[in-house]
Design a protein around this ligand. Structure first.
Ligand SMILES: [Zn+2]
Length: 122
């Protein structure tokens, strides 16, 4: 089961709020074998004012990138069909639904199925 520190999620939520009403996208760095998220990876120009598109070609190929996180400024945390295609790249994918709280984060695996993730306090 994947593990992630609650503080990292709060950081991501904080950033996502600043990007409202635009969608916020970032990546998760960590250890695939230990199934542990260690950091949030912010990439330049990874948001869009108008669409939820993710520029796949701007994503570096890197073994330590193990997941993605993006926000849905006006909807739930359910993945779109486009999201599901993108999810194929990473074993762990988070969608932050509106309003932005930890409770509104959806955790999905590579196939877009909901999975349980252990939130670590500290
Ligand atoms: Zn989406």
């Amino acid at each position: 089961m994947w593990r992630i520190k609650k503080d990292l999620l709060l950081d991501a939520i904080h950033s996502a709020k600043r990007y409202m009403p635009a969608e916020f996208i970032c990546f998760l760095g960590g250890d695939r074998k230990k199934e542990r998220v260690e950091e949030i990876v912010f990439l330049p120009s990874n948001t869009s004012e108008t669409s939820a598109s993710i520029d796949e070609y701007s994503v570096p190929i890197d073994e330590t990138l193990i997941g993605s996180l993006h926000s849905h400024p006006y909807s739930t945390n359910r993945p779109s069909s486009q999201d599901k295609k993108f999810f194929l790249k990473y074993p762990l994918n988070l969608i932050l639904g509106f309003p932005y709280t930890i409770e509104n984060i959806g955790f999905y695996d590579q196939r877009g199925e909901k999975i349980g993730v252990l939130l670590e306090q500290y």
